[in-house]
Each structure stands twice: as structure tokens, then as C-alpha cells.
Design a protein around this ligand. Structure first.
Ligand SMILES: NCc1[nH]cc(CCC(=O)O)c1CC(=O)O
Length: 313
């Protein structure tokens, strides 16, 4: 780590992505005096195609491809991702090196009229683009109408304020990062809305062979978060679930014990298979895989097959 060294962070241009990149830049510069960190803001295909549900246009990878090319070509050294949005696999030459401390993992209920979902009357409209949120709300509140809501955090709030929706559901961490936490009327407990794997945690991707960059990133690693997120992602990997299927996965660490909860459901909420598992933190990935197998054996396998078949038809 020489004096006057420089790192470049490839980032999307949404307010949340820029906040996340700035946050990591500030942490790196505070940790390593003399290090200079620059942002390289880029548009990705996922940002350009705004009017189609994500599941239909190829899913999460769309938001990271351009950033990864920039790292492979050496125009950037790292990329900061929401762990939730990251595909399970990485291209050759790149890896997820750092998992940073998780902030609030919950989903947030945002409305200008209501304090919570329970208060909403027959036919009221809830906006979300996440099948996972849709499924869990539809199962508990069949009298509500759920409509697709895409766009970045500000766009979604604008659509709420313009009256297109009576309430919307967003990730708590995204709102808090953008200093919009006061818009939250209720943080949904995990029993009501089990979060997505990795929700609330940031991950940093870099070149596998770049020890200079890795040395700078090392102190940002948060072991507890890594253990939890590894268990959650292992569950998703075993389910081979993309974003066409509602899947929730949420791990907590109590001492050395992991408590992992998972669910697989039908998008209309007509069926949800839930499970949980406890075990030692050393076995994080095995626990995730075991919970996935348990869910598959109790009906999740049928749901996954049905959803994929109906997509192909
Ligand atoms: N899918 C969009 C996305 N990706 C990450 C976050 C912010 C929360 C996080 O870091 O997990 C959000 C917004 C949201 O879901 O409301």
C-alpha cells in the first residue's frame, strides 16, 4: 500500500448505488490515509429497461454486467453491490471478496394514509415489484390489490405520492441510506415479510488476482454478516431460484448458533412453504442447503417446477 495510491469504484448511477459507492469510498479513505478513491458512474442495461418486470428481462445480472466488464478491462478496481441483487455466480477472474456489515434487513411499509397493512381496506392498492413481497402480502391480506412497481427508490416514492398506490413496500435499508427513513410507517417483522437473501448487506467485488485491492478491502469485512449471508445464499443456490419465484431467506446469528428461516411460495400467495433450521456457524452453507432440501421435499419443488413451466408456455 504505497502513498498516493488510487482505487476506482465502478457504480450504477441510481441515488442508492451512488450512496453505496460513496459510503465505501469514505470508509476506505478513512481507513487508509493517502488513498484516493474515485467513482466511475455507469449505465447498465437494467437501468435502461424500466418498464418491464425484472423477471421477464433476464433478472439480476443485467445490473452488474457493465460494471464487471470495467473491472476486467482495468478501468475500475471494485464494485459495490447490494448482496440481494447479486447473482450467485461470478465471471472468471472476478470474485465477491468482501461482505460488509448488514444494516436493517427488514422490508418497510410506506404510505401516506395507513400505518400498516392491517389498516388497509378491501381493494386498496399495494405496490411492489418483488414476487417475494407480493406473495407474502397476498397470502395474509387477500382483500388487497397488489400491483407492480418498478424504478429506483425515488421513482417508487413519487408513484406513491402521485396516488398510483395506497402503500408501497421497499427495503428499509435503502430508505434509511437515502435519509428517507421518516417515510417508513412500519418495519415489517420477519414473520410478516421474510427478507430476501442478503437484504441490507453490501458486498464488494474485485479481480481475484488483485492483492493490492484486496489489502485495502480487508478491514471492511464483517464476519457475522458473511456467515448469515452465506447461509441465505446457499439456500437460494440449492433452490436454483431466480427472481421468477418468491423466495425468502433470512439468517441471524445468536452466539455461535445460526437461525435460518426460509420460504418458497406461489406469486399469488395461494401456497407458501416455510421452514427453519438452527445449527453451528461453522456449517452456514450446509445449513442453507439442508433447509432448501427440506423445503423442496415439502412442496417447494412442485412450486418451482410449476412456475418455470408456466413461464416457458
Ligand atoms: N431490488 C432493489 C434494491 N436492491 C437493494 C435495495 C436496498 C436494500 C438492500 O441493500 O438490500 C433495493 C431497494 C428495495 O428493495 O427496496
Amino acid at each position: 500500500m504505497s502513498k498516493n495510491d488510487k482505487l476506482v469504484i465502478a457504480t450504477r448511477k441510481s441515488a442508492l448505488a451512488l450512496w453505496q459507492a460513496e459510503h465505501i469510498k469514505a470508509r476506505l479513505e478513512a481507513l487508509h490515509p493517502g488513498l484516493q478513491v474515485e467513482l466511475l458512474p455507469m449505465s447498465t442495461r437494467g437501468d435502461v429497461i424500466l418498464d418491464t418486470p425484472l423477471a421477464k428481462i433476464g433478472g439480476k445480472g443485467l445490473f452488474v454486467k457493465e460494471l464487471e466488464v470495467a473491472m476486467i478491462e482495468g478501468r475500475a478496481d471494485l464494485a459495490v453491490h447490494s448482496m440481494k441483487d447479486l447473482p450467485v455466480e461470478f465471471p472468471p477472474g472476478l470474485e465477491l471478496f468482501t461482505i460488509c456489515e448488514r444494516e436493517e434487513p427488514s422490508d418497510a411499509f410506506v404510505s401516506n394514509q395507513y400505518d400498516n397493512l392491517q389498516q388497509m381496506p378491501e381493494g386498496a392498492v399495494v405496490g411492489t415489484c418483488s414476487l417475494r413481497r407480493r406473495c407474502q402480502i397476498a397470502a395474509r391480506f387477500p382483500h388487497l390489490r397488489i400491483r407492480d412497481l418498478r424504478g429506483n427508490v425515488q421513482t417508487r416514492l413519487r408513484k406513491l405520492d402521485e396516488g398510483e398506490f395506497d402503500a408501497i413496500i421497499l427495503a428499509t435499508s435503502g430508505l434509511v441510506r437515502l435519509e428517507l427513513g421518516e417515510r417508513i410507517r412500519m418495519r415489517l417483522p420477519a414473520e410478516e415479510s421474510l427478507p430476501a437473501n442478503g437484504q441490507g448487506a453490501l458486498g464488494i467485488e474485485c479481480r481475484s488476482d488483485d492483492n493490492r485491492v484486496k489489502a485495502y478491502l480487508k478491514p471492511l469485512e464483517h464476519e457475522i454478516t458473511r456467515i448469515c449471508v452465506l447461509a441465505e445464499r446457499a439456500m437460494n443456490r440449492r433452490l436454483e431460484g431466480g427472481c421468477q419465484v418468491p423466495i425468502g431467506a433470512f439468517a441471524e446469528l445468536h452466539g455461535d448458533e445460526i437461525y435460518l428461516r426460509g420460504l418458497v411460495g406461489r406469486p399469488d400467495g395461494s401456497e407458501i412453504v416455510r421452514g427453519e433450521i438452527r445449527g453451528n456457524k461453522a456449517d452456514a452453507e450446509d445449513l442453507g442447503t439442508a433447509l432448501a432440501d427440506d423445503l423442496l421435499s415439502r412442496g417447494a419443488g412442485v412450486i418451482l417446477r410449476d412456475v418455470y413451466e408456466s413461464n416457458e408456455a
